[in-house]
Design a protein around this ligand. Structure first.
Ligand code: HEC
Ligand code: HEC
Ligand code: HEC
Ligand code: HEC
Ligand code: HEC
Length: 225
């Protein structure tokens, strides 16, 4: 199941080229693809390597803490496609009727979180459309009772990984589909890619600078603190 790697609206703003990658980071990322026990073993090896380079002690500390945190948990949820309380379809709304992603996920441009729209946004249309549908009546019920619709979250990072939508969507001009895949074809939403650390770093390494000249970081502390 492939993620769509087509490039951003302002593709010209992102120059893809070889930026010398940090060898230590490269090694670590390779190591991180392995899981649980292996990670510990590899980190023990890596620790020696990192200790050898001066100024890396921060990295080392983060590594050790993260390796400890990670033991035993498996965060790769690629393909996760939970049932939702209302049969809302991206294929109908974002595909057939081409409603802009930001019409509902307006947070993505302004803040860390893209957010899921409140029921009132649905009513901009559904106060008129499909009034006889039992699913639409569930939206009415949510508004009447003042309880938000209990959507099941699809993507979720552990607390130690930091991601910010507005930096990517508004500043770097990256399309939603570059990370979330062809959402406009999904009847039920699923996690399209691995969303792994390697996925993030892959683009950060290749990108020389974005629109405002900033170089996306490959330092551990950019995404972990
Ligand atoms: C009409 C409103 C609407 C539009 C337009 C819309 N979405 Fe959504 N989106 C939702 C709702 C409601 C949910 C929560 C239910 C679900 O997961 O299907 C959601 C969930 C998501 C999620 C999963 C969130 C999680 O739980 O992790 C992603 C990713 C997403 N949308 C991306 C997009 C993209 C990309 C587009 C444009 C191609 C888009 N959406 C267009 C309403 C919308
Ligand atoms: C910009 C207009 C618009 C918005 C906003 C919108 N919808 Fe829709 N919705 C439609 C249209 C158009 C259809 C297709 C109607 C048809 O099949 O004739 C539809 C169909 C549906 C259906 C299928 C109903 C059925 O029984 O066939 C559901 C469920 C639904 N929407 C849920 C939602 C939810 C939940 C939201 C808010 C997150 C939302 N919609 C926001 C326009 C909208
Ligand atoms: C550079 C990759 C990337 C891009 C581009 C991106 N997302 Fe996301 N998105 C993520 C990641 C990673 C998560 C999980 C973040 C977490 O759990 O902290 C996520 C989570 C979400 C969520 C659920 C959690 C939240 O933040 O509310 C929604 C909804 C969503 N994205 C919609 C969108 C939409 C719509 C766009 C385009 C306007 C978009 N994303 C662009 C990577 C991306
Ligand atoms: C398709 C390319 C791409 C992908 C994929 C991507 N990023 Fe980025 N990221 C960028 C660019 C470009 C910037 C610089 C934006 C700016 O100019 O401020 C950036 C900036 C950031 C920043 C702000 C700090 C900095 O380096 O300037 C963080 C944190 C970040 N990204 C985390 C992530 C995480 C976590 C993921 C994985 C879900 C991810 N990124 C995936 C391109 C990408
Ligand atoms: C561009 C953002 C980014 C950078 C830079 C980054 N990480 Fe990560 N890292 C992530 C994300 C996102 C996850 C969570 C992935 C998941 O849950 O699937 C993660 C997960 C991890 C994990 C848990 C194991 C795993 O693979 O899920 C460890 C350990 C880790 N990172 C260590 C590091 C170290 C050490 C560095 C510096 C060499 C580093 N990270 C640099 C984004 C980044």
């Amino acid at each position: 199941m492939g993620v769509d790697y087509r490039f951003p609206r302002h593709a010209s703003a992102l120059t893809l080229g070889a930026r010398p990658s940090n060898d230590v980071n490269g090694l670590l990322v390779g190591a991180l693809r392995a899981r649980s026990f292996q990670i510990i073993a590899l980190f023990a090896g890596e620790a020696g390597l990192l200790g050898a380079c001066s100024g890396c002690s921060g990295t080392l500390l983060v590594s050790v803490i993260l390796a400890t945190l990670f033991v035993g948990c498996n965060t790769n949820q690629q393909g996760y496609e939970p049932e939702q309380p209302i049969a809302y379809s991206h294929a109908v709304h974002a595909g057939r009727f081409q409603i802009d992603c930001l019409y509902c996920h307006f947070g993505a441009e302004r803040s860390r979180h893209a957010g899921v729209p409140p029921a009132q946004v649905c009513m901009n249309c559904h106060s008129q459309i499909k009034r006889d549908s039992p699913d639409i009546q569930k939206i009415d019920a949510a508004i009447e009772s003042g309880t938000p619709i209990a959507w099941t979250r699809v993507h979720r990072y552990p607390d130690f990984a930091y991601f910010d939508h507005s930096r990517h969507v508004a500043v770097a001009g990256i399309r939603c589909q570059s990370c979330h895949g062809p959402v406009e074809t999904m009847t039920r939403l699923r996690q399209a890619g691995t969303m792994s650390m390697g996925f993030c770093l892959d683009c950060h390494r290749k990108t020389e600078h974005s629109g405002n000249g900033a170089v996306p970081s490959t330092d551990c502390s950019a995404c972990h603190y």
